[in-house]
Write a protein that binds this ligand. Structure first.
Ligand code: FES
Length: 107
């Protein structure tokens, strides 16, 4: 299990355990964390799982695919240096304790 700290736009934190190999989008939904919608079911096709990572944590995730970047560019508050789709990040020991900031809205 990987501890992920989801942080709402107003600063409210939700620390949950996500099973290794499960996406951070699924981890949020299954734990009742508000602020991530996941409308496309994790296919990098909706950008309603948009999150922000610090440079340190971003470096520990895999590179963004062209498809992910294309979707992120459509998202409100897109930040090239911090934005990721939570459905494209899988929980793993390397991400234990990661802080995931969420935008004010996913739509
Ligand atoms: Fe649709 Fe992540 S759930 S892009």
């Amino acid at each position: 299990m990987t501890k992920i700290i989801y942080v709402e736009h107003d600063g409210t934190e939700h620390a949950v355990e996500v099973a290794d190999g499960v996406s951070l989008m699924e981890g949020a939904l299954s734990n009742g964390v508000p602020g991530i919608d996941g409308d496309c079911g994790g296919n990098a096709a909706c950008a309603t799982c948009h999150v922000f990572l610090s440079p340190e944590w971003l470096a520990k995730t895999r590179e963004r695919s062209e498809m992910e970047i294309s979707m992120l560019e459509l998202a409100d508050e897109y930040r090239p240096e911090a934005s990721r789709l939570a459905c494209q990040i899988k929980a793993s020991a390397a991400l234990d304790g990661m802080r995931v900031d969420m935008p004010a809205t996913q739509h």
